[in-house]
Design a protein around this ligand. Structure first.
Ligand SMILES: [Zn+2]
Length: 255
């Protein structure tokens, strides 16, 4: 596992969302890599600071009083707390500062995670597109050339540590051309090649790091259309020069 992967997975790791194998790989990397280990410690420190009780305040008496005042006359008879109460004032001052600060910190964390995730996807989109282009240009589209799913699927056995689902979509106008081994973000992935008229579709498949099923919005990279989604524990990236509508149709058929 490399530093990039750690960066992408460290949130999930901190949330204990990863399986044992992944978590062990991350622990091994963190113990060897001071940079990642420091980044992870920073993340943990920020999280525990946000969770710590220092940011939790019981409403001070003065605040209650002001609320009552603003609620109108019905509470006029209720006893009022002492105004000239030094600790109360102290907490009130604290609250005035701490509340926006906590809010700002929370927004910063949310923004950071929102910004980090698309950039990982963008990086992957670039790699997926480059891989697609390479497969077409180097005339290395397939390692196993067959339109038969029962030939292509077993071919991956023993070559990958997972079994990619292989579907035959000839009847729906997307005949299977074959499969090959490829590498994305330093990991082995299965690439299935489908055809639509004169266009090729590369469908990259590898085990997902998140268990939830989700479809991300389609993207365009250097004029190529991409769709990616997670389903049944696998990540799927489809890329082609095919138009977005037909690529979406293809993705729906695969799902
Ligand atoms: Zn590292």
């Amino acid at each position: 596992m490399n530093c990039q992967e750690i960066e992408a997975l460290k949130d999930a790791y901190a949330d204990r969302e990863l399986d044992l194998v992944r978590a062990t790989e991350i622990e091994r990397h963190l113990s060897d890599c001071p940079a990642c280990s420091q980044a992870y410690e920073n993340l943990r420190a920020l999280r525990s600071a946000l969770k710590s009780s220092d940011l939790y305040f019981k409403a001070p008496a003065l605040l209650k009083r002001r609320l009552r005042e603003s609620l109108g006359a019905e509470n006029k008879d209720a006893p009022m707390p002492q105004r000239s109460n030094a600790p109360t004032l102290f907490w009130w001052q604290w609250l005035k500062w701490a509340t926006p600060l906590a809010g700002t910190a929370l927004i910063a964390v949310l923004l950071a995670s929102a910004l980090i995730r698309p950039s990982t996807d963008e990086q992957l989109a670039r790699e997926v597109t480059a891989s697609h282009l390479r497969s077409l240009m180097a005339d290395h589209l397939t390692d196993v050339a067959s339109s038969d799913q029962h030939t292509v699927k077993p071919w991956f056995a023993g070559k990958t540590d997972f079994a990619p689902p292989v579907k035959d979509l000839a009847a729906q106008g997307f005949p299977l051309v074959g499969g090959r081994l490829d590498y994305l973000q330093d990991r082995q992935v299965a690439a299935l090649v489908y055809q639509r008229h004169k266009h090729f579709i590369n469908l990259f498949i590898w085990p997902a790091t998140r268990s939830s099923n989700a479809t991300e919005k389609p993207a365009v990279q250097r004029g190529y259309n991409l769709i990616h989604w997670t389903e049944s524990g696998m990540t799927f990236w489809a890329v082609s020069e095919l138009n977005p509508a037909e690529l979406r149709e293809f993705a729906e058929l695969i799902k």
